[in-house]
Design a protein around this ligand. Sequence first.
Ligand SMILES: [Mn+2]
Length: 257
Amino acid sequence: MIARLLRRLGAALGLRVDARPARPEAGDVLYAIGDIHGRADLLHALFRQIDEDQADRAGPAGVEIVLGDFIDRGPASRAVMDLILSRRALGRRVVVLKGNHEEMLLRFLKDPAALKGWRKIGGYPTLLSFGVSPPAFLDAATATACQHEFRAALGTAHLALLGGLDLSFSNGGYFFAHAGVAPARPLNRQRAADLISIRRPFLDHDESFGQVVVHGHTPCRAVEFRSNRINIDTGAYATGVLTCLVLDGDGHRLLQT
Ligand SMILES: [Mn+2]
């Protein structure tokens, strides 16, 4: 009754009002992990913290959500992928979302010309982590040779992981995406390009998106808690601080390296 009145009042004022606070679905505990960027050392430490957190509580295992940009820049992208895969092999529920960096890697696998753009955002350390030497001089021939070498170096499990990335995930009033959402579109009609790379007008938007958007992509000094979004990209690659946002029936907490 009150919820309906609030929604009607909100609609009259041109606002979307969430009368129902965000809360994970029946007993779920959500662990959202920010931009890892090749820091397997930090991810390893954070998974330990998640395990300790899980050990302290009864009930089903949590859902772990990797928010994308787990590769590039840092030195150990291959090890990051192996850690994620081993997590799944343990039977954990792990949702892995696509960031703009994974998008660039996938583009390079299809088109060697994409190496130029991927290099600019820190793709070379990812090649090196797979034992592939980036070209000393980049042209069409060396890019193609590098692409072939990289394809051969990627294991089937790595390819399956990269080919199976999700663009978004939703649970109990929380909406997870790497970069954010386009405010002008409903959550179920978002475009891939916005989900993986939007900054403005998403970051400036003060009104509700319909669900609380949990995202990374734009590094912040400390986790940003807003009424309509939570940014957990604490720039792990440069700061050494990798953040996990824990959402459960009691609210939210942070685990950090
Ligand atoms: Mn990003």
